[in-house]
Design a protein around this ligand. Structure first.
Ligand code: LLP
Length: 423
């Protein structure tokens, strides 16, 4: 993003005015080159310390296939959370061991389809193993380990491990899980964890790596099995608030790879591939939402009414998450505490409170919300009959519509009213 001398905001080489007039608002926009830079920065940091590193993009964060294809071109595999995400990976031409299926609390149908798809199965608990075996014995199997500790930058909401989490194999059950898999005829093994999201402290990455490596080291020794890969999850954070520091990616990679290598030596492991499945770090700061101010209301407070509500960006209402906001052509103006909302009939839709914003912000202005590339569009919904926005991609001075906005037809397309109710 760039603010030019006349105050116009540009995403790569395209002004938000041009994007808004071409595609309408609200509009998600992704900067292709930023995604590529983020991916390359992270990969080169990890490969510097551990050459056998591979990233699997967690497609749940942003499942637009244009975005996912950028990461596929960079060499990423896919981390899929559902059978439909395995199918999305297939659209990218990825399957087999380029895709990891880390579904949670799976149905029998999920298990059968996951197994039939031939991707890497990552089981959340040993209780699932007999249900998998009903449909066949995977040659390669991974378990998602709950290392007993998790952390998150945005409160306890997104803490994916530790005693309060619903995810992963309890540390005391890890050995038994792999023993049962070995006895069932599984020949090749991997391991996985996902203990936190949006972390910017490099120490955390070394610490959690030690936790899983101890569990896997003991399991390997005890059962005489090798691990082909250990997937250390996502979690590489981005700063949402401008006063927060960026993650020192080199330090995070050095800590993770350092502990990884130290534990390989300590337990005498055959060196596994180091896998990670970040998402936010690749796409988070490459995505923006452009919205328009439709109504400014002076009541108890001055409220700027835009078309970006919690239906378009759920994170503030859901987690109290902060997203920085710019006002096109007004960033140089004097500021005053303002409130900003969307168009829904819920007060959690008033998602910006008393924030210093340009004083002159008025009807017709364009607002730009930052860090919306991850968990943005994917968590949008149709409440109040509001439709999901379009998504655009920018690359230099070129721009492309990569998902059209929903229409009224989409709102009613799946509904069926029994005949007798129409009378
Ligand atoms: N792998 C697995 C198994 C995951 O569940 C996730 C995210 C990731 C990888 C990617 O994590 P990341 O690198 O983005 O931290 N909706 C929340 C975030 C939920 C994270 C869910 N899992 C948010 O808006 O902050």
């Amino acid at each position: 993003m760039q603010i030019r001398d006349d105050g116009q905001i540009y995403l790569e080489g395209v002004s938000v005015e041009e994007l808004a007039s071409t595609y309408g608002t609200p509009l998600y926009v992704y900067e292709e080159n930023r995604i590529r830079e983020n991916y390359r920065r992270a990969l080169s940091a990890f490969r510097k310390y551990y050459p056998d590193t591979r990233f699997f993009y967690a497609i749940k964060a942003n499942n637009n296939l244009a975005v996912a294809n950028i990461l596929r071109q960079e060499g990423a595999g896919i981390d899929a959370a559902s059978v439909n995400e395995i199918l999305l990976a297939k659209e990218l031409g990825l399957g087999g061991e380029d895709v990891m299926f880390s579904g949670n609390f799976l149905s029998d149908d999920d298990i059968r389809q996951g197994l039939e798809s031939g991707v890497i199965f990552n089981l959340d608990d040993p209780v699932l193993l007999p249900r998998v075996l009903k449909y066949g014995t995977p040659e390669l199997l991974s378990f998602r380990v709950n290392p007993g500790y998790g952390q998150c930058d945005i409160g306890a909401f997104v803490c994916n491990a530790g005693p309060e989490a619903k995810f992963g194999v309890h540390p005391d059950q890890v050995l038994g899980a792999y023993k049962a898999a070995k006895e069932a005829g599984v020949k090749r093994f991997g391991a996985h964890m996902m203990p936190g999201s949006s972390i910017r402290d490099p120490e955390y990455f070394g610490y959690v790596t030690g936790l899983i490596m101890d569990l896997i080291g003991k399991t390997s020794r005890e059962l005489g099995i090798d691990f082909e890969f250990i997937d250390l999850g996502g979690g590489l954070g981005i700063p949402y608030k401008h006063e927060n520091h960026v993650l020192d990616i080199d330090a995070a990679a050095a800590k993770m790879a350092g502990v990884f290598k130290q534990k390989i030596a300590e337990y005498g492991l055959k060196p596994p591939r180091l896998m990670m499945e970040p998402a936010r770090y690749f796409v988070g700061d490459a995505g923006y939402i452009i919205g328009r101010v439709h109504t400014v209301k002076n009541s108890y407070k001055r409220i700027i009414g835009t078309d970006i509500g919690m239906n378009v960006l759920a994170r503030p209402a859901l987690y109290g998450a902060y997203h920085h906001i710019y006002v096109n052509r007004r960033e140089a103006e004097e500021r005053m505490p303002l409130n900003l909302c969307g168009q829904l009939c819920e007060n959690t839709d008033l998602w910006v409170k008393d924030r210093p914003l340009p004083k002159g912000t008025t009807e017709g202005d364009l607002v730009v919300v930052e860090n919306a590339g991850a968990y943005g569009f994917g968590m949008s919904y149709q409440y109040n009959g509001r439709l999901k926005p379009a998504e655009a991609l920018v690359n230099g001075s070129k721009h492309y519509l990569v998902r059209r906005a929903e229409t009224y037809q989409d709102l009613v397309a799946l509904v069926n009213v029994p005949e007798y109710l129409k009378k």
